[in-house]
Design a binder for this molecule. Structure first.
Ligand SMILES: CC(C)(COP(=O)(O)OP(=O)(O)OC[C@H]1O[C@@H](n2cnc3c(N)ncnc32)[C@H](O)[C@@H]1OP(=O)(O)O)[C@@H](O)C(=O)NCCC(=O)NCCS
Length: 301
Protein backbone atom coordinates (compact mmCIF):
# COMPACT_ATOMS: atom_id res chain seq x y z
CA UNK A 1 0.00 0.00 0.00
CA UNK A 2 1.36 3.41 -1.01
CA UNK A 3 1.56 6.22 1.50
CA UNK A 4 1.82 9.65 -0.05
CA UNK A 5 3.10 12.85 1.57
CA UNK A 6 0.23 14.78 3.17
CA UNK A 7 -0.10 18.12 1.37
CA UNK A 8 -1.84 21.40 2.19
CA UNK A 9 -4.46 20.63 -0.47
CA UNK A 10 -5.40 17.46 1.47
CA UNK A 11 -6.29 19.44 4.61
CA UNK A 12 -10.07 19.48 4.30
CA UNK A 13 -10.28 15.79 3.38
CA UNK A 14 -8.08 14.89 6.36
CA UNK A 15 -10.18 17.17 8.57
CA UNK A 16 -13.30 15.24 7.55
CA UNK A 17 -11.57 12.05 8.73
CA UNK A 18 -10.85 13.75 12.08
CA UNK A 19 -14.51 14.71 12.50
CA UNK A 20 -15.60 11.13 11.86
CA UNK A 21 -12.95 9.93 14.33
CA UNK A 22 -14.35 12.23 17.01
CA UNK A 23 -17.78 10.75 16.45
CA UNK A 24 -16.26 7.28 16.98
CA UNK A 25 -14.79 8.47 20.30
CA UNK A 26 -11.14 8.88 19.30
CA UNK A 27 -11.07 12.56 20.30
CA UNK A 28 -13.13 14.74 22.64
CA UNK A 29 -12.96 17.59 20.12
CA UNK A 30 -12.25 17.64 16.40
CA UNK A 31 -8.74 19.12 16.16
CA UNK A 32 -8.86 22.50 14.42
CA UNK A 33 -7.72 23.14 10.84
CA UNK A 34 -5.00 25.42 12.25
CA UNK A 35 -3.64 22.67 14.47
CA UNK A 36 -3.77 20.18 11.61
CA UNK A 37 -1.93 22.60 9.32
CA UNK A 38 0.73 23.14 12.02
CA UNK A 39 1.20 19.38 12.43
CA UNK A 40 1.57 18.96 8.66
CA UNK A 41 4.00 21.85 8.41
CA UNK A 42 6.27 20.96 11.34
CA UNK A 43 10.02 20.75 10.69
CA UNK A 44 10.73 17.91 13.13
CA UNK A 45 8.18 15.49 11.74
CA UNK A 46 6.50 13.91 8.75
CA UNK A 47 2.94 13.09 7.66
CA UNK A 48 1.36 10.78 5.10
CA UNK A 49 -2.04 9.97 3.65
CA UNK A 50 -3.29 6.61 2.40
CA UNK A 51 -5.65 6.64 -0.59
CA UNK A 52 -8.14 3.89 -1.26
CA UNK A 53 -10.04 4.14 -4.56
CA UNK A 54 -8.92 7.75 -4.95
CA UNK A 55 -10.21 8.84 -1.54
CA UNK A 56 -8.09 9.66 1.52
CA UNK A 57 -8.95 6.85 3.92
CA UNK A 58 -6.04 7.20 6.34
CA UNK A 59 -3.78 9.86 7.81
CA UNK A 60 -0.64 9.48 9.89
CA UNK A 61 1.62 12.14 11.41
CA UNK A 62 4.73 11.78 13.57
CA UNK A 63 6.71 14.62 15.12
CA UNK A 64 7.37 16.97 17.99
CA UNK A 65 3.82 18.35 17.65
CA UNK A 66 0.66 16.27 17.79
CA UNK A 67 -3.02 16.93 17.19
CA UNK A 68 -3.97 16.42 20.84
CA UNK A 69 -1.02 15.50 23.06
CA UNK A 70 1.07 18.28 24.62
CA UNK A 71 4.68 18.53 23.37
CA UNK A 72 7.24 16.44 25.24
CA UNK A 73 10.99 16.32 25.59
CA UNK A 74 10.89 12.50 25.79
CA UNK A 75 8.30 11.36 23.29
CA UNK A 76 7.63 11.94 19.62
CA UNK A 77 3.90 12.29 19.06
CA UNK A 78 1.82 10.16 16.75
CA UNK A 79 -1.64 10.61 15.29
CA UNK A 80 -3.31 7.98 13.16
CA UNK A 81 -6.81 8.54 11.84
CA UNK A 82 -8.52 6.10 9.52
CA UNK A 83 -11.96 4.69 8.88
CA UNK A 84 -10.44 1.59 7.25
CA UNK A 85 -9.22 -0.90 9.89
CA UNK A 86 -6.91 -2.58 7.36
CA UNK A 87 -4.88 0.62 7.13
CA UNK A 88 -4.04 0.67 10.85
CA UNK A 89 -1.12 -1.79 10.63
CA UNK A 90 0.72 -0.17 7.69
CA UNK A 91 0.20 3.30 9.17
CA UNK A 92 1.63 2.16 12.53
CA UNK A 93 4.63 0.51 10.82
CA UNK A 94 5.38 3.68 8.86
CA UNK A 95 5.04 5.76 12.04
CA UNK A 96 7.47 3.64 14.08
CA UNK A 97 10.04 3.55 11.27
CA UNK A 98 9.74 7.34 10.86
CA UNK A 99 10.01 8.02 14.60
CA UNK A 100 13.18 5.90 14.75
CA UNK A 101 14.79 8.44 12.41
CA UNK A 102 13.83 11.50 14.48
CA UNK A 103 16.62 12.58 16.82
CA UNK A 104 16.38 12.62 20.61
CA UNK A 105 13.04 10.94 21.43
CA UNK A 106 12.92 7.85 23.66
CA UNK A 107 9.41 6.77 22.75
CA UNK A 108 6.51 7.30 20.40
CA UNK A 109 3.27 8.41 22.08
CA UNK A 110 -0.33 8.76 21.00
CA UNK A 111 -3.58 9.73 22.73
CA UNK A 112 -6.86 8.04 21.91
CA UNK A 113 -10.26 8.08 23.54
CA UNK A 114 -10.36 5.20 26.02
CA UNK A 115 -13.04 3.31 24.08
CA UNK A 116 -10.87 3.11 20.93
CA UNK A 117 -8.27 0.34 20.58
CA UNK A 118 -4.60 1.33 20.89
CA UNK A 119 -2.12 0.85 18.05
CA UNK A 120 -0.39 -2.55 17.66
CA UNK A 121 2.91 -2.81 19.64
CA UNK A 122 1.92 0.10 21.94
CA UNK A 123 1.24 -0.15 25.69
CA UNK A 124 -1.15 1.97 27.68
CA UNK A 125 0.91 4.06 30.11
CA UNK A 126 -1.39 6.73 31.49
CA UNK A 127 -4.78 8.41 31.30
CA UNK A 128 -5.50 12.03 30.55
CA UNK A 129 -8.97 13.32 31.35
CA UNK A 130 -10.99 16.16 30.01
CA UNK A 131 -12.97 17.85 32.77
CA UNK A 132 -15.79 20.39 32.33
CA UNK A 133 -17.31 22.87 34.75
CA UNK A 134 -20.80 24.35 34.48
CA UNK A 135 -20.36 28.07 35.12
CA UNK A 136 -24.06 28.68 35.55
CA UNK A 137 -23.97 26.97 38.96
CA UNK A 138 -23.28 29.19 42.00
CA UNK A 139 -19.72 28.98 43.29
CA UNK A 140 -17.92 30.43 46.30
CA UNK A 141 -15.74 33.45 45.48
CA UNK A 142 -12.15 32.98 46.64
CA UNK A 143 -10.88 35.32 49.27
CA UNK A 144 -7.71 34.88 51.28
CA UNK A 145 -5.97 37.56 53.32
CA UNK A 146 -2.50 36.08 52.68
CA UNK A 147 -2.91 35.52 48.92
CA UNK A 148 -3.30 38.14 46.21
CA UNK A 149 -4.05 37.32 42.57
CA UNK A 150 -2.31 39.49 39.98
CA UNK A 151 -3.45 39.83 36.38
CA UNK A 152 -0.76 39.89 33.65
CA UNK A 153 -2.35 43.00 32.16
CA UNK A 154 -1.25 45.03 35.18
CA UNK A 155 2.34 44.49 33.99
CA UNK A 156 3.55 44.36 37.58
CA UNK A 157 5.29 41.01 37.10
CA UNK A 158 8.05 40.46 34.53
CA UNK A 159 7.70 37.95 31.70
CA UNK A 160 10.74 36.12 33.12
CA UNK A 161 8.93 35.59 36.43
CA UNK A 162 5.87 34.08 34.69
CA UNK A 163 8.03 31.65 32.74
CA UNK A 164 10.02 30.76 35.84
CA UNK A 165 6.97 29.95 37.96
CA UNK A 166 5.47 27.77 35.21
CA UNK A 167 8.73 25.87 34.68
CA UNK A 168 9.35 25.38 38.40
CA UNK A 169 5.82 24.02 38.84
CA UNK A 170 6.08 21.56 35.96
CA UNK A 171 9.73 20.49 36.37
CA UNK A 172 8.73 17.10 37.79
CA UNK A 173 5.64 16.63 35.64
CA UNK A 174 5.16 13.22 34.05
CA UNK A 175 5.96 12.67 30.40
CA UNK A 176 8.84 15.09 29.74
CA UNK A 177 7.29 18.54 30.10
CA UNK A 178 8.72 20.88 27.50
CA UNK A 179 9.98 23.91 29.44
CA UNK A 180 8.63 27.31 28.42
CA UNK A 181 10.95 29.93 26.96
CA UNK A 182 10.40 33.69 26.83
CA UNK A 183 9.81 33.26 23.11
CA UNK A 184 7.05 30.68 23.66
CA UNK A 185 5.49 32.90 26.35
CA UNK A 186 5.39 35.91 24.00
CA UNK A 187 4.07 33.81 21.10
CA UNK A 188 1.25 32.57 23.32
CA UNK A 189 0.36 36.12 24.37
CA UNK A 190 0.28 37.17 20.73
CA UNK A 191 -1.85 34.23 19.57
CA UNK A 192 -4.32 33.79 22.43
CA UNK A 193 -6.71 36.41 21.11
CA UNK A 194 -7.90 39.60 22.79
CA UNK A 195 -9.41 37.78 25.77
CA UNK A 196 -6.72 35.87 27.59
CA UNK A 197 -6.37 34.75 31.13
CA UNK A 198 -3.06 34.97 32.94
CA UNK A 199 -3.20 35.13 36.72
CA UNK A 200 -0.41 34.76 39.23
CA UNK A 201 -1.11 34.04 42.89
CA UNK A 202 1.32 35.50 45.39
CA UNK A 203 1.42 34.42 48.98
CA UNK A 204 2.86 37.05 51.34
CA UNK A 205 3.98 38.86 48.13
CA UNK A 206 6.02 35.87 46.91
CA UNK A 207 5.15 34.25 43.53
CA UNK A 208 3.31 31.02 44.37
CA UNK A 209 1.44 29.76 41.29
CA UNK A 210 0.00 30.61 37.89
CA UNK A 211 -3.03 29.82 35.81
CA UNK A 212 -3.33 30.43 32.05
CA UNK A 213 -6.41 30.18 29.85
CA UNK A 214 -8.28 31.52 26.87
CA UNK A 215 -11.69 31.45 25.27
CA UNK A 216 -12.02 28.43 23.02
CA UNK A 217 -14.48 27.73 20.19
CA UNK A 218 -14.19 23.97 20.09
CA UNK A 219 -15.78 21.58 17.67
CA UNK A 220 -16.99 19.22 20.38
CA UNK A 221 -20.70 19.04 19.73
CA UNK A 222 -21.54 21.85 22.16
CA UNK A 223 -22.56 25.18 20.72
CA UNK A 224 -21.21 27.88 23.02
CA UNK A 225 -17.58 28.96 23.46
CA UNK A 226 -15.85 27.78 26.63
CA UNK A 227 -13.16 29.04 28.96
CA UNK A 228 -10.22 26.70 28.41
CA UNK A 229 -7.71 26.37 31.23
CA UNK A 230 -4.35 25.56 29.65
CA UNK A 231 -1.95 25.57 32.60
CA UNK A 232 -2.29 25.42 36.38
CA UNK A 233 0.90 25.19 38.41
CA UNK A 234 1.96 25.87 41.98
CA UNK A 235 5.66 26.09 42.85
CA UNK A 236 6.67 23.03 44.91
CA UNK A 237 7.56 25.28 47.86
CA UNK A 238 3.96 26.62 47.98
CA UNK A 239 1.92 23.46 47.47
CA UNK A 240 -0.89 22.16 49.67
CA UNK A 241 -1.83 25.61 50.87
CA UNK A 242 -4.86 26.05 48.66
CA UNK A 243 -3.07 28.18 46.02
CA UNK A 244 -4.35 26.14 43.03
CA UNK A 245 -7.88 26.28 44.39
CA UNK A 246 -7.71 30.10 44.62
CA UNK A 247 -6.34 30.28 41.07
CA UNK A 248 -8.95 27.95 39.56
CA UNK A 249 -11.83 29.66 41.33
CA UNK A 250 -10.51 33.09 40.26
CA UNK A 251 -10.30 31.86 36.65
CA UNK A 252 -13.86 30.53 36.79
CA UNK A 253 -15.04 33.92 38.09
CA UNK A 254 -13.28 35.71 35.21
CA UNK A 255 -14.78 33.36 32.63
CA UNK A 256 -18.21 33.81 34.17
CA UNK A 257 -17.85 37.61 34.07
CA UNK A 258 -17.08 37.29 30.36
CA UNK A 259 -20.47 35.63 29.88
CA UNK A 260 -19.13 32.09 29.37
CA UNK A 261 -21.28 29.20 30.53
CA UNK A 262 -18.68 26.48 30.82
CA UNK A 263 -14.99 25.91 31.42
CA UNK A 264 -12.87 22.93 30.54
CA UNK A 265 -9.36 21.56 30.91
CA UNK A 266 -7.24 18.47 30.36
CA UNK A 267 -5.57 16.81 33.32
CA UNK A 268 -3.05 14.04 33.84
CA UNK A 269 -5.18 11.58 35.79
CA UNK A 270 -2.15 9.82 37.29
CA UNK A 271 -0.53 13.00 38.62
CA UNK A 272 1.12 12.40 41.98
CA UNK A 273 0.07 15.94 42.93
CA UNK A 274 -3.59 14.91 42.54
CA UNK A 275 -4.49 17.78 40.25
CA UNK A 276 -7.84 16.20 39.29
CA UNK A 277 -8.91 16.38 42.95
CA UNK A 278 -8.35 20.13 43.00
CA UNK A 279 -10.50 20.54 39.91
CA UNK A 280 -13.25 18.33 41.30
CA UNK A 281 -13.33 20.45 44.43
CA UNK A 282 -13.76 23.53 42.23
CA UNK A 283 -16.77 22.03 40.41
CA UNK A 284 -15.24 20.18 37.43
CA UNK A 285 -16.50 16.77 36.33
CA UNK A 286 -14.77 14.24 34.11
CA UNK A 287 -16.33 14.26 30.64
CA UNK A 288 -13.83 12.32 28.49
CA UNK A 289 -10.97 9.89 29.09
CA UNK A 290 -7.93 9.62 26.84
CA UNK A 291 -5.60 6.65 27.09
CA UNK A 292 -1.94 7.49 26.50
CA UNK A 293 -0.22 4.78 24.44
CA UNK A 294 3.55 4.44 23.98
CA UNK A 295 6.12 2.27 22.28
CA UNK A 296 9.82 2.60 23.16
CA UNK A 297 12.09 3.50 20.25
CA UNK A 298 14.92 1.06 19.47
CA UNK A 299 17.69 3.59 20.02
CA UNK A 300 16.70 3.84 23.68
CA UNK A 301 16.68 0.10 24.40
C1 LIG B 1 -1.66 20.18 40.98
C2 LIG B 1 -1.19 21.48 41.61
C3 LIG B 1 -1.48 22.64 40.67
C4 LIG B 1 -1.94 21.67 42.93
O1 LIG B 1 -1.49 22.88 43.52
P1 LIG B 1 -1.71 23.24 45.07
O2 LIG B 1 -1.56 24.71 45.17
O3 LIG B 1 -0.86 22.41 45.91
O4 LIG B 1 -3.25 22.81 45.26
P2 LIG B 1 -4.16 23.03 46.55
O5 LIG B 1 -3.30 23.44 47.71
O6 LIG B 1 -5.29 23.90 46.18
O7 LIG B 1 -4.70 21.55 46.77
C5 LIG B 1 -3.78 20.47 46.91
C6 LIG B 1 -4.07 19.68 48.18
O8 LIG B 1 -3.69 20.43 49.30
C7 LIG B 1 -4.77 20.45 50.24
N1 LIG B 1 -4.70 21.71 50.98
C8 LIG B 1 -5.18 22.92 50.60
N2 LIG B 1 -4.90 23.83 51.56
C9 LIG B 1 -4.24 23.18 52.53
C10 LIG B 1 -3.68 23.58 53.75
N3 LIG B 1 -3.76 24.84 54.17
N4 LIG B 1 -3.05 22.64 54.48
C11 LIG B 1 -2.95 21.36 54.07
N5 LIG B 1 -3.46 20.92 52.89
C12 LIG B 1 -4.09 21.82 52.15
C13 LIG B 1 -5.98 20.36 49.38
O9 LIG B 1 -7.09 19.90 50.11
C14 LIG B 1 -5.54 19.37 48.36
O10 LIG B 1 -5.64 18.06 48.88
P3 LIG B 1 -6.10 16.80 48.02
O11 LIG B 1 -4.93 16.48 47.12
O12 LIG B 1 -6.34 15.76 49.04
O13 LIG B 1 -7.33 17.23 47.25
C15 LIG B 1 0.34 21.47 41.93
O14 LIG B 1 0.63 20.34 42.74
C16 LIG B 1 1.22 21.44 40.72
O15 LIG B 1 1.65 22.49 40.23
N6 LIG B 1 1.54 20.22 40.22
C17 LIG B 1 2.41 20.05 39.07
C18 LIG B 1 1.81 20.62 37.82
C19 LIG B 1 0.47 19.97 37.49
O16 LIG B 1 0.34 18.78 37.51
N7 LIG B 1 -0.50 20.83 37.17
C20 LIG B 1 -1.82 20.38 36.78
C21 LIG B 1 -1.94 20.35 35.30
S1 LIG B 1 -2.39 18.75 34.68
Amino acid sequence: MMLEPALAEDLSEIHALLSAARERGQFDTTPSMERLAAVLGQQAGDARVARVAGRIAGFVAVGAMGLVAPPSTQAALLDIVTDDEQLQAPLVDWAIATAERLPSFRSLRTLRGRGVAGPAHFSKVREIWRMDCDLTMPRPTPSRGDVDVVDYSTRTITDDAWVQVINESFAEHWGGYLPWTLERWRERLASRGPVGLELMARQHSEPAGVILGHVSERDDGRSSPAGFIEVVGTRPSHRRRGIAEVLVRSALDRFSQQGLHRALLMVDAGSSTRAAEVYTRCGFERTFRYAVWEVPLQRAR
